[in-house]
Design a protein around this ligand. Structure first.
Ligand SMILES: [Zn+2]
Length: 433
């Protein structure tokens, strides 16, 4: 007898809904069948949607900024995730410039994440690694890390990795089969003088700073034939230019992630009094760019939230330089993106993420033998009114959406069942062997 039967649902497999039942044994999907079979627990979906658990490849739980830290730790952040149908997150280790610190920081993060209710994995992260690339690459291999994040900006906080090292990393990424994950903004175009206030954000971080740097990096990818993943693409101009000028590499060895907030909002928010609540890097762009981004959705490989919330009082500062950048979103990404793009968004939040970040076929798909990471989505027009993040506000409050997550299973365990939360122990998911 099976442990769990998920019956009478519309199950998302291979890009369409199927009227099949899912039978789970222990942590995995054991059988997908049209037959009605016996199981210890039967969950009747009553024709709701059954979708693979969302994988959020970009969260910042327990991010230490010295003066403050992001408001969700791995416990509260993962609760918020569960309410959004998210069953796996990929977070970051603190940036390092040498191999020794890489291992120490990874262990520190794994330790912090032990209280997570969802499964988790980490991107390695660098700050100006200079001559240490080779030993870092070696260490990544030892630690089974398949991605490494770099910043092309933040030279003021010494986190910038320079072109020579980026090129070196890209060259290694091909031979050693890893992914260079990049925050792409031209450091020289970014300025935050002491006089800038929140409404100056688009002057401080212009959209050209992203577009120009992305072109430069794309050329490097072409030259080295390396593997790159651009995080949080914000600008319609950037995606348009990349698609036009680099068709041979875009969505192949130059993958692109964007975030829900760039699709839902534009920089008219910065004209309002509460503009500080919408500050993140890169910032929201013009309405025109927002529309261009939406039109290019087919060229966005994955959706990540960049979940990094702060309280409204921390963000409510007069000067731009004093404001912690980042917003929450892990709980609302599917609601928001599904409401804009319907079924076209599902693979970008499940299958594509699993494939890109070395989690396939364990994660990202409803398939016999895969982890039983599943959520049930009830279609009904509503406004977002709930938020389980520890931050005291969400930019998504009152957003119109088409449904809600009512049940979430992580590796065969109901962690949310008909909107009732149960505790769970998330697992450190390293590479798929
Ligand atoms: Zn981020």
């Amino acid at each position: 007898m099976y442990d769990i039967g998920i019956i009478n649902g519309k199950v998302y497999i291979d890009g369409k809904y199927n009227k099949v039942n899912i039978y789970i044994e222990d942590e995995t999907i054991s059988l997908i069948s049209k037959d009605l079979l016996e199981a210890k627990t039967i969950y009747d979906c009553k024709n709701d949607l059954v979708i693979p658990g969302i994988i959020d490849p970009h969260t910042h739980f327990e991010l230490d900024l010295k003066t403050t830290s992001s408001k969700d730790d791995f416990y509260t952040g993962s609760i918020s995730a569960i309410y959004g149908g998210v069953t796996t997150i990929i977070d970051f280790i603190d940036p390092v410039d040498n191999a020794l610190d890489l291992e120490a920081n990874l262990n520190k993060r794994i330790n912090q994440a032990k209280k997570s209710l969802v499964d988790f994995k980490f991107h390695a992260c660098l700050k100006n690694p200079k001559g240490n690339i080779e030993e870092i690459v070696k260490k990544m291999k030892d630690l089974n890390l398949s991605t490494v994040k770099i910043f092309t900006t933040y030279s003021d906080s010494l986190r910038r990795t320079y072109d020579k090292e980026i090129k070196e990393l890209l060259t290694y990424s091909k031979t050693n089969n890893f992914l260079v994950t990049a925050h792409i903004e031209d450091d020289e175009q970014i300025k935050i003088p002491n006089t800038f206030v929140p409404s100056d954000i688009n002057v401080s971080r212009p959209s050209s700073s992203e577009t120009d740097e992305a072109i430069k990096i794309a050329k490097m990818v072409q030259e080295t034939n390396g593997n790159l993943y651009m995080v949080h693409l914000s600008s319609g101009n950037t995606i348009k230019k990349l698609v036009n000028d680099f068709p041979k590499i875009i969505n192949k060895n130059f993958k692109i992630e964007s975030c829900p907030h760039y699709f839902l909002f534009n920089n008219s928010k910065y004209k309002k009094q509460n503009n500080y609540l919408y500050l993140m890097a890169p910032p929201l762009r013009s309405k025109k760019e927002q529309n261009t981004l939406k039109k290019h959705i087919d060229y966005i490989d994955t959706i990540g939230t960049d979940h990094c919330p702060f309280n409204s009082d921390e963000k409510n500062q007069k000067l731009l330089k004093d404001i912690p950048f980042g917003i929450g979103g892990v709980e609302h990404s599917f609601d928001v993106m599904y409401s804009i793009f319907k079924e076209a968004i599902i693979d970008k939040m499940t299958l594509n993420v699993a494939r890109t970040h070395n989690l396939y076929p364990k994660k990202g798909i409803i398939k016999e033998g895969s982890d039983a990471d599943i959520f049930i989505y009830k279609l009904k027009k509503k406004k977002i009114t709930e938020d389980h993040s520890q931050a005291n506000y969400t930019v998504y409050q009152n957003t119109n959406v088409l449904g809600e997550v009512i049940t979430t299973l992580v590796r065969g365990k109901f962690v949310l069942k008909d909107k009732v939360l149960f505790n769970n122990v998330g697992k450190y998911i390293n590479e798929v062997k």
